[in-house]
Design a binder for this molecule. Structure first.
Ligand code: ADP
Length: 409
């Protein structure tokens, strides 16, 4: 089965093609074709690679998402990056949908009803949900009646108890859908399943904290395979300090800024989402590599940014462990989690009292999908490569298999 996955970001369009046989492999399969278009100002950069080792990168003039998807699809079945014979070789298309609202959590076949549900919650995540809907329209236009499946980033957190999901505001907030949804769920779920496999344990017996540390950052407390708490909430702005996002701040600051400084909703949005976090504090970058380098060179604000990032990460992990009532493994994933020995060491140092200790040599090498805890510890520390697209492809494969089997009986 050829599964095409579309991941529509606010300023990027990514896509991968997976070829999956009659049984789903236990370990992640590599994609046979991968394409990405990233917009920066008025220009866009297009990079394509396929499993035959062909890699092409160039500046492109595509202006709209429609053109971007069209261009990516074209390279999938023509030219030197070709991976399949034509559009009809694609059996199913999976979409990462950031927000499913209070009604949609399970991976769903895209129907008019599902699209209107995604549209109705797009006010919660306007940049993402609209881009994803546009992707679905373009696929329908270009690939015809191929089944499309929406996989929700909020889905994994549907199992959070009401005590974790409800804000202690007025009760009618909950009735209006103002509640904690949580995000990065596709990768948190993947990491929990992968952790169990790497540890050789049954997921239903484990207490895990997964740390997704990319440009956006969130933690999840995973008890027996179910998310029971997470740091992001109603929007992907709550919780940890991030690249350009503040994470949690006293809501009193917002009312102060509105009343005393006359900031508009849009200005608040911009400050909290784009001018805060590592970038806002350091004044130099949202990129952790630059923050680490500047901090080593004595840049005071970069050092403060790093210290806040680590402080909030430690206190967030502590809270997740308290919710779980114990811990079997701490999982690091995504850009910072996979690549920064400094951040992992700074976080783990404070949890030595829980027997959470790193193997310094392994930590320094940042091996992927490995246990990097010291050999004699009871609590494990894992680094797991984020594989959202593979997780989406797996969900699509399973849903199509189930639909085919039920039609055959
Ligand atoms: P996204 O959330 O957009 O998918 P990524 O998961 O790719 O982002 O993570 C991006 C972050 O990872 C950036 O802050 C980047 O600085 C950080 N990162 C990548 N490589 C390293 C590294 N070697 N050391 C520290 N941070 C890194």
């Amino acid at each position: 089965m050829n599964v095409l996955v579309l991941n529509s970001g606010s300023s990027s369009q990514k896509s991968c093609l997976y070829e999956i046989g009659d049984t789903l492999p236990d370990d992640p399969a590599g994609c046979i074709w991968e394409g990405k278009i990233e917009w920066a100002g008025n220009t866009a950069e297009c990079s394509i690679r396929n499993s035959r080792g062909v890699y092409r990168k160039d500046q492109t003039s595509v202006a709209s998402r429609g053109e971007a998807i069209e261009r990516l699809l074209h390279t999938l079945w023509s030219g030197e990056t070709q991976a399949i014979s034509g559009p009809s070789a694609i059996n199913v298309v999976g979409h990462r949908v950031v927000h499913g609202g209070a009604q949609h959590f399970e991976p769903s076949i895209v129907t008019a009803e599902v699209k209107s549900a995604i549209e109705s919650v797009s006010v919660f995540a306007p940049l993402h949900n609209r881009a994803e809907l546009e992707g679905m329209e373009i696929v329908a236009k270009k690939l015809g009646a191929v089944p499309q499946i929406a996989v929700f980033d909020t889905g994994f957190h549907r199992t959070m108890p009401l005590s974790a999901a409800t804000y202690p505001g007025p009760y009618h907030w909950l009735e209006q859908g103002i509640r904690r949804y949580g995000f990065h769920g596709i990768n948190h779920q993947y990491c929990a399943q992968r952790a169990a496999r790497l540890l050789g344990k049954n997921l239903n017996s484990l207490k895990l904290v997964t740390c997704h540390l990319g440009n956006g950052c969130s933690l999840a407390a995973v008890l027996e395979g179910r998310s029971v708490d997470t740091t992001m909430g109603f929007t992907p702005l709550e919780g940890l300090m991030m690249g350009t996002r503040s994470g949690s701040v006293d809501p009193g600051i917002l009312t102060y800024l509105v009343r005393q400084r006359q900031l508009s909703g849009q200005q608040l949005d911009e400050v909290l989402n784009e001018k805060a976090g590592l970038l806002g504090i350091s004044g130099i970058s949202s990129d952790m590599r630059k923050i680490l380098a500047a901090s080593k060179n004595g840049h005071e604000r970069a050092k403060l940014a790093l210290d806040i990032y680590v402080h909030r990460l430690r206190s967030g992990i502590g809270a997740m462990i308290a919710v779980l009532g114990g811990l079997d493994a701490l999982v690091f994933t995504a850009g910072v989690g996979e690549n920064s020995p400094e951040v992992r060491a700074a976080v783990c140092d404070n949890f030595a009292f829980l027997d959470l200790r790193l193997d310094q040599g392994k930590n320094a090498q940042s091996p992927l999908d490995e246990d990097i805890s010291a050999p004699d510890t009871t609590v494990h520390i894992l680094v797991i490569h984020a594989q959202e697209d593979w997780m989406i492809a797996r969900e699509c494969w399973s849903l199509v298999q189930t639909a085919t089997t039920s039609m055959g009986h």
